[in-house]
Design a protein around this ligand. Structure first.
Ligand SMILES: Cc1ncc(COP(=O)(O)O)c(C=O)c1O
Length: 489
């Protein structure tokens, strides 16, 4: 079948054109039974395809009709053997990847700065994480990916690992040498699971980093909704079969998926795939041109630096995505948060993210020169009102040693816990995850033994005003630990 076709979306339209009398859910029945203001706003077209898995519309849990055809077309477009649609976001796809390869007690090699869906999957599956520290960037104060050498060292020590998880590209658009990582892992017959949340588009343009499927990875959780034009929450899981079976992946995905799958989300995946496959290259051509023009303009402003290809060359910065604008603001003597707030207040402009040193702006096919000119204009006004500080000041991004894992995160999650003063937590097992941002790498995850060095590190960072994420007690005077039971005398 041709990539021009959208079997799922077209099937839905054909069904609604027949205008069947609906004695099934959803009870709003094409919007007629719905709050009028919301109905008017959202529109009858959208509501007419807000349907459920009645027979003509196939079933995401056992696809055999229009959903299967749409998934097969997506697999062809992504260079996968199988593509599974997810209506549980990329988080659902990531949990499926980990739970498809790990049984309780199995080891999985993961970067320390994983998204929380990976930690959740580790807790659900009962796996034991073997962590790799991501590379740190002292200029930007951010973390990049993991290197093939680090993966090799981890596999030498743990050849029985059941998977290697890689974040590629990172949120900031930096890619590792994924082909090499896959080669290293496959030499041990270990599958590579890629968190491709920030890289759906890279498959469709040869100036962008290699996609997971191009690099021969086994599984990839790919956020079509983030940068591929589908609706928020829709995502795909791509599989190259060999080390992982598609039956297992389908079974796990189904376990984690609602039985009321949204056809709006599914249809948006079908049509986003068509757009990417048919027009993706041409659209991304324009996006890259627009991003490069914007990057160049920002780099002419005093005190601002928009990262470009000069970042490449280290072991962890093998390639990058130029459509992401990482803008370092540290030489203006402002934090990224300050700039985010300033842009919101003064220019009604929202960035993707900010941290202590940077803001991140994403350029996509949805942008035009009008929008990027506002960004440049706003930054010019801001930069011209600030004295420029000393250039090339290195940022001290320190990462403490990874503590010993004493209980699996799952055991820790289900243990009895208690709250103690932070200092008293030394030597105890943490029941919480805790990280300092930047660089956004956890200091503890549940199950790890709290050390004196780690507590000192937390205090040092708190005094420096860095934000701490994760603890129940945000002031961090206390921490939740696993309860110890002493013998009675
Ligand atoms: C690196 C990374 N992985 C996974 C996810 C989860 O994606 P989703 O929000 O689609 O569940 C995110 C979300 O921001 C992310 O940044």
């Amino acid at each position: 079948m041709s990539q021009d076709k959208t079997p799922l979306f077209s099937g839905l339209l054909a069904h609604t054109e027949k205008n069947p009398i609906q004695f099934h859910i959803p009870g709003h029945k094409k919007g007629k039974g719905m709050d009028e203001a919301f109905r008017q706003f959202i529109g009858d077209n959208a509501l007419s395809i807000d349907l459920i898995n009645i027979e003509p519309l196939d079933d995401l849990h056992h696809p055999q009709g229009i959903i299967k055809e749409a998934q097969d077309l997506a697999a062809e477009a992504f260079g996968a053997d199988y593509t599974f649609f997810s209506v549980q976001g990329t988080s659902g796809a990531i949990m499926t990847m980990v739970m498809s390869v790990c049984h309780p007690g199995d080891k999985i090699i993961v970067p320390r700065n994983v998204h929380k869906s990976v930690t959740t999957a580790i807790i659900f599956s009962g796996a034991t994480p073997i962590f790799i520290h991501p590379e740190l960037d002292e200029q930007l104060g951010i973390s990049h990916g993991i290197t093939p050498e680090a993966v090799n060292r981890a596999l030498e020590a743990h050849p029985d690992a059941k998977g290697v998880l890689v974040i590629n590209p990172t949120y900031f658009g930096i890619a590792a040498d994924l082909s090499k990582i896959v080669e290293v892992a496959h030499a041990y017959d270990v599958p590579v699971l890629v968190d491709e949340a920030h890289g759906v588009h890279i498959h469709f343009h040869d100036e962008l980093p290699l996609s997971a499927m191009q690099a021969e990875a086994d599984l990839a959780a790919t956020s079509v909704h983030k940068l591929g034009g589908s609706m928020t929450q829709s995502s795909v899981l791509n599989l190259k079969e060999g080390l992982v079976s598609h039956e297992r992946v389908q079974a796990v995905l189904s376990m984690l998926t609602t039985t009321s799958t949204s056809y709006l989300l599914l249809a948006s995946l079908d049509t986003a795939r068509r757009q990417l496959a048919v027009k993706g290259k041409a659209m991304i051509d324009q996006t890259i041109i627009l991003a490069e023009r914007t990057r160049k303009a920002i780099n002419q402003l005093p005190g601002l630096y928009c990262v470009g290809k000069e970042i490449l060359g280290s072991d962890a910065t093998f390639d990058y995505d130029p459509t992401k604008l990482i803008i370092s603001v540290k030489e203006l003597g402002l934090t990224g948060y300050d700039v985010e707030v300033w842009l919101r207040r003064n220019y009604n402009l929202e960035v993707e993210l900010s941290d202590l040193y940077n803001i991140l702006c994403l350029i996509t096919p949805g942008d035009s020169i009008e929008e990027t000119d506002v960004l440049v204009h706003a930054l010019r006004e801001l930069a011209s009102s600030r004295p420029v500080l000393k250039a090339n000041e290195e940022i001290k991004v320190k990462v403490p040693e990874i503590p010993l894992l004493s209980l699996s995160p799952r055991e820790a999650f289900y243990s009895e816990t208690e709250v103690v003063a932070l200092d008293e937590g030394i030597g105890r097992i943490s029941a919480e995850s805790l990280m300092i941002y930047p660089p956004g790498i956890p200091i503890f995850i549940p199950g790890e033994i709290i050390t004196k060095e780690n507590v000192a590190y937390i205090q040092e960072n708190l005094e420096a005003g860095l934000p701490v994420q994760g603890p129940e007690d945000e002031s961090l005077e206390t921490i939740r630990v696993i309860k110890e039971h002493r013998a009675f005398k």
